[in-house]
Write a protein that binds this ligand. Sequence first.
Ligand code: GDP
Ligand code: CA
Length: 318
Amino acid sequence: MRIVVLAGGIGGARFLTGVRAYARTTGAEVTAVVNVGDDVWMHGLRITPDLDSVMYTLGGGIDPERGWGRAGETWTVKEELAKYGAEPSWFGLGDRDIATHLVRTRMLNAGYPLSAVVAALCDRWQPGVALLPATDDRLETHVVTELDGAEQAIHFQEWWVRHRAQVPAKRFVFVGADAAKPAAGVLDALSGADVVLLAPSNPVVSIAPVLAVAPLREALVAGSAPVVGVSPIIGGSPVRGMADRCLAALDVACTAEGVGRLLGARTAGGVLDAWLVDPVDAATDVPGVRVGAAPLWMTDEDATAAMVRAALELGGLS
Ligand code: GDP
Ligand code: CA
């Protein structure tokens, strides 16, 4: 079986540990198509937060408490930058992490597409799944917000990390999405897929920017593989993180039903055939979408692999 997973950072990474565990017992092939909307330049380095969360998590290098960045991290460079007053000082760049960003930036400057950079980095991390950026082109999530009495668009990272999503967002703009093409390998993965899973990632700033790559979305919608989404919301809570703040900007209820309806039925202009929710949300109704329930707490790899099996069964596979 060939499984394609659309994923953001931490939620996507955890879910992928379960997909990989399932694949190891069944011989399935897994391709993760990861959000690049969070990608940003800092101190002359190109940072790809979601790809790195997935690569470090699957490669065993993640800091498990923080959920992002490297285990055993030190912060000497960050401290030294602060002593120069070098902005942005609000973004955590660890010393070990910086090595990854240096390799990436050097390769990008030499003309390699991001997908080739990811493949090179994965030679070291051996994530056990094929890791692809949604696009090799520039696609950045910007947030239109009210700052200092004026409407301003800021990079998503500035809103999320610097302002902790406390400044209300008016809307999200995926800069570059109009012209962005799927990265090398993405369309082939979709056309060869037996099933497409949407990880329980932030629907507004992780899944939406992936789907904003029009040919990618079209291939998913036109494809023969069932599309099964897994809810990132359990009992009205985003579990961890601030997805509720993103959903509020879209006037979407922070519920499994709200997110399911936002993604919508494939038969009605959306992307879903099936939507997996937690048992506490079993009453969820999304018109045109088969709704199923299974425990969705990604507490460990076994629990997450059980979620994956439930999602595949709901999609008519097992
Ligand atoms: P980010 O890019 O690092 O923010 O990560 P993602 O977008 O991939 O995932 C973040 C989302 O994962 C959060 O908004 C939560 O809603 C969801 N999430 C986190 N932990 C869990 C969990 O244990 N179960 C479920 N169902 N969702 C979770
Ligand atoms: Ca992210």
